[in-house]
Design a protein. Structure first.
Length: 164
């Protein structure tokens, strides 16, 4: 219980690193834009204006640029409520500094086995370092739909240190 409370306290004190950052995705289904995954609205009432979604494609992905290198402690994903919650199954959470293959070659924090409809799930990333957080869904004929993405961690204090 004390570890759980410590994690909650840590997450609340650090804030959501994705807030106000630049997002992009491999394609856009209708008006389901990438930035809607970080709009503080889980999309339960009107998912088309509060969730992001790629069009159907091979290996869809979504990315947020945190602008600086952070040690990411956790990523929280909220799945859609209205339909098709299984679409998120198998999505890889990747964190790193590379944009090779659109950032989808960065190390894996976690693989989402499933998230029930309308539920938020937390994935622990053990302070993985990175500027980019990608959600990558390998496979053919896939949609990647995200109703909310939150990233927690702290700035990498060693990034700007230089030896004198």
């Amino acid at each position: 219980l004390s570890i759980y409370l410590y994690i909650l306290l840590l997450m609340s004190s650090l804030g959501n690193l994705a807030t106000g950052k630049f997002t992009t995705q491999s394609s856009t289904y209708k008006l389901w834009f990438a930035e809607q995954a970080i709009d503080f609205s889980p999309g339960f009432i009107q998912p088309s204006s509060s969730c992001s979604s790629t069009d159907i494609q091979t290996n869809p992905w979504w990315r947020v640029d945190l602008r600086y290198i952070y040690r990411v402690s956790s990523v929280v994903i909220t799945n859609r409520l209205d339909c098709c919650p299984e679409r998120i199954n198998g999505t890889e959470i990747r964190i790193g500094n590379s944009l090779e293959n659109n950032g989808n070659n960065n190390p894996i924090c976690a693989v989402i086995s499933s998230i029930p409809a309308g539920v938020s799930s937390t994935y622990t990333c053990n302070n993985m370092e990175g500027r980019y957080v990608n959600l990558f869904l390998p496979g053919d004929s896939k949609y990647l739909t995200l109703c909310e993405v939150k990233v927690y961690g702290e700035e990498d204090s060693c990034e700007d240190e230089t030896e004198v």
